[in-house]
Design a protein around this ligand. Structure first.
Ligand code: PAN
Ligand code: ZN
Length: 191
């Protein structure tokens, strides 16, 4: 970068779709076949086309993973849908460096941010266009789309946080978000 230079940004997003474009932006997708074991109702999960898209993530990673002092920014789009009584949702994770927090903010649709502390206390915050969420350190987090349209949210997290999916694969969250009588409710998990 030259002294006194004025340049265009290397990245941008499109406010209508929140699509990110530019240098250093990566994308990933999770289809039903990638989410084995995430939903409680395994026979309902098996009855859904394994190629169905559940969510897509785009992220801007300006520095290498594990860099201390940098930030990453992502957008996640979760399709509407259900597996049995559960809504389409992200896998959920703790951060590998468990004392790293994160911000989420909702840009489109409605959903629920489900958070679980290290001592397995689980609660949820409602997500809607304009909702802002601070995820504390040592807190597992996942998002469910409770609405009928795609849920789009942004995320910003430290570049040295990392993602620990194994703990959730092993022991899950202590509660699941299920639709009961048309209403999303947190229900104690079966072990
Ligand atoms: C988010 C999540 C994203 C997808 O960017 O990674 O919503 O969820 P899973 O990673 O649980 O599949 C974030 O929390 N980053 O730290
Ligand atoms: Zn995270």
């Amino acid at each position: 970068m030259e002294h006194l230079s004025i340049t265009d940004p290397d990245q941008r997003f499109f406010p209508e779709s929140w699509f990110l474009k530019g240098e250093g932006i990566i994308a990933s997708e999770k289809r039903m076949k990638d989410l084995t074991g995430i939903f409680e109702d395994t026979s309902a999960a098996l009855s859904i086309d394994p190629e169905i898209l559940v969510y897509r993530v785009q992220a801007h990673l300006p520095v290498p993973e594990n860099t201390l002092g940098g930030l990453f920014l992502g957008t996640t789009t979760i399709q509407p849908g259900r597996v049995g009584e559960e809504y389409y949702m992200t896998r959920g994770h703790f951060h590998s460096k468990s004392d790293r927090g994160e911000y989420y903010w909702c840009m489109h649709g409605t959903g629920m941010l489900i958070m679980m502390s290290a001592d397995r206390i689980t609660h949820a915050e409602k997500m809607f266009r304009g909702s802002l969420h601070y995820i504390n350190k040592n807190t597992a987090h996942r998002v469910a789309n409770t609405g009928l349209v795609p849920l789009i949210f942004g995320a910003c997290w430290p570049s040295d946080a990392g993602h620990d999916y194994k703990s959730i694969e092993r022991t899950g969250f202590s509660a699941r978000l299920k639709e009961k009588n048309g209403i999303p409710c947190l229900i104690e998990s079966r072990l």
